[in-house]
Design a protein around this ligand. Sequence first.
Ligand SMILES: [Zn+2]
Ligand SMILES: [Zn+2]
Length: 258
Amino acid sequence: MFCDSHCHINSADFATDREDVVQRAREMKVEYILDVSDDIADTPKIIEFCRNHPKIYTTVGIHPEIADKYPDFCVADFAEIVKSPYVVGIGECGLDYYYSSNTKDRQINILKEHIKASQEYDLPLIIHNRDSDADMMQILSEAYKMKPFRGELHCFSSSAELCNFALQIGFYISASGIITFKKSEELRNVFATVPIDRLLIETDSPFLAPIPHRGERNEPAFVVNTAQVLAEVKGLSVDELATVTTTNFLNLFNKIKK
Ligand SMILES: [Zn+2]
Ligand SMILES: [Zn+2]
């Protein structure tokens, strides 16, 4: 059984065929699906969807690309919504200096509030990081020294240095379709060093479809293609990789009742 530890099937890209997408995932033995929130305003709608779909869960977070939309955001804004049994993580949140370098200060403030939420509600953090390794390491390590928290680097495509740092603070590292791309040799080498009990797999649907679906809209069923490549990198069978990444997912997102 696989799990897709990070996707956005709540997005408008799936408006017309969301049920079919879930069905296709089930046919590929994708058991758990984490339908990640990237805007707190969308979380109530996703909770409703989860209510009607077994083994689909969600999170609450503000993506760094929309940092401008929430100038006064603070940890207390999550206090009610995290009580939902379907909200099992905080994020996605983080820093993105590739797309939104003009809002760095605001992104940093919002990230710090998410970390507080993770500490206060004991829910894992889902971190998005692009072109912001140094700031990310500094912010995570300072906060971690104050009070430890749990989490993952989602859609990991950063440096070995950031990967090692994240492993040291107990984080999980999630592989997306990027590891299937031809040019991702270096990234596959980084994943070769990640202990198997810290690996996750995801699609980040609708983005970043793995080979052989590259260029198509991504969907949870395609997590199997990423699993095949990661299994090869780790010297495991696809079944073993599926089992271990699903176990890891349930260990990290431990609010999910097995
Ligand atoms: Zn992301
Ligand atoms: Zn995402």
